[in-house]
Design a protein around this ligand. Structure first.
Ligand code: SF4
Length: 409
């Protein structure tokens, strides 16, 4: 039977400290706050001493609070379509309504005001439009990197292009922060991010163990420091302790679900408003979701590409990312993880408002089934807009899928 890990409590404390620090910095003229996309150049921002805030993390909190459907119409009313990223629409909607999940979770009255917004379109164009809304609202600079998409091989040309774009952010960041750029400081931060990535990978790879001690639903919580504290020593300390605790608990028999019978891969975004419902359903079905593209996307081993050339290392790490790659590369990555984590099948989440993170639309599920022999199920839903998700339909199709896997085992 699964036991609550102390690490979950520690992580909540760490996140509380993080949000308070960022909010307090936004209230203090001497400190500066940068907003950053989740796979943006956070290391560069930390090297200038910015407190870094991630709107996508806030979007996920809104999704988990189940209030997204209440906020989205506010963004629709000012012209942001129902069909675009529901992180964007629910986050802007919450802002227009004057609410934030930070109030309830950490007693923080509002999101922190930015001094600069820094994006990378490596994941999608929506982040540019999202940040531009707040740039206009707060009258602060919006700067960023336009990354290539559908990338096969990450060539030197691509690395140099992205690295050059990163370097071009320096003058604005110097002006906003009032700090001169220091390459040695950037090298240190990139090394810290690399340390964090190694530990996060180690944590995720506990899922290769049979039975698995943790599932996708645990990892969607435990990943927060890898997302919002990478580049800071706190993230490293956290994963060192968490990994040690998990190792110790595994020795005592920690397992995620009772009598694990089926192991699955989760492809696509989490369904934030239904995490608990889905976690309980898989638990009842003796099924562990042991690996996911989403959580694995914060493994950035290419920070180690060349520690003496931190821009090139960041450029490589943030372009080797799964979401940036073409179908051929994505299929290879998934096929490897299927093997490493010994899964019996794949669940694809087709998130209606995020085509960028839904790999169901160009034939991948069938091709991967032919290649790996593993069956798949596609669930229609969304990351935040729960009006696009049917509990009954999802439950029935998941139950049937698992029954079929068990029959064929
Ligand atoms: S990748 Fe998807 S969920 Fe993330 S910001 Fe872009 S559209 Fe939204």
């Amino acid at each position: 039977m699964k036991k609550p890990l102390k690490s979950f409590k520690k992580m909540r404390e760490l996140m509380s400290k993080h949000f308070h620090e960022v909010y307090e910095a936004s209230q203090d003229d001497k400190q500066k706050v940068a907003w950053c996309t989740s796979v943006g150049p956070a290391e560069l921002l930390h090297s200038f001493g910015f407190k870094v805030y991630y709107p996508e993390n806030h979007g996920a909190m809104i999704g988990a609070s189940k209030k997204a459907s209440e906020y989205i119409p506010y963004a629709n009313a000012i012209g942001y379509s129902q069909m675009i990223c529901s992180y964007l629409t629910s986050d802007i909607g919450a802002f227009l309504k004057g609410e934030t999940p930070l109030q309830k979770a950490y007693n923080i009255p509002s999101i922190p005001k930015p001094d600069v917004l820094v994006y990378n379109t490596n994941q999608c164009r929506d982040v540019y439009d999202w940040f531009s809304f707040y740039g206009r609202k707060f009258n602060v600079p919006v700067i960023g990197i336009s990354s290539p998409v559908n990338v096969g091989e990450v060539t030197e040309n691509i690395i140099n292009d992205v690295a050059t774009q990163m370097k071009s952010l320096i003058p604005t960041l110097e002006e906003v922060s009032g700090t001169k750029f220091d390459i040695d400081r950037l090298k240190e931060v990139v090394k810290l991010s690399y340390e964090c990535t190694k530990l996060w990978k180690e944590c995720l790879f506990f899922g290769t163990h049979i039975p698995s001690p943790l599932t996708f639903f645990d990892y969607t919580v435990l990943m927060a420091p890898a997302v919002v504290l990478r580049g800071l020593p706190e993230a490293i300390d956290f994963y060192k302790e968490a990994n040690e605790e998990i190792r110790q608990e595994m020795k005592k028999g920690l397992t995620a679900v009772p009598d694990e019978k089926v192991r699955l891969y989760w492809e696509g975004m989490p369904i934030w408003g239904r995490l608990r419902m889905l976690a309980e359903l898989f638990y009842e079905l003796n099924t562990s979701i042991v690996v996911s593209t989403y959580c694995n996307s914060w493994i950035f081993e290419d920070f180690a590409y060349d520690f003496d050339r931190p821009f090139e290392s960041m450029a490589k790490a943030y372009t080797e990312l799964f979401i940036v790659r073409n179908e051929e590369v994505k299929e290879k990555v998934i096929a490897n993880w299927i093997e490493e984590f010994k899964v019996d099948g794949i669940i694809y989440h087709e998130a209606m408002t995020c085509p960028n993170n839904s790999n169901t639309r160009y034939g991948m599920p069938k091709r991967l089934q032919e290649k790996t022999g593993k069956p798949y199920l596609i669930i229609n839903g969304d990351l935040n807009d729960m009006r696009l998700f049917s509990d009954e339909q999802a439950r029935t199709s998941i139950e049937t899928f698992i029954e079929q896997i068990l029959e064929n085992k």
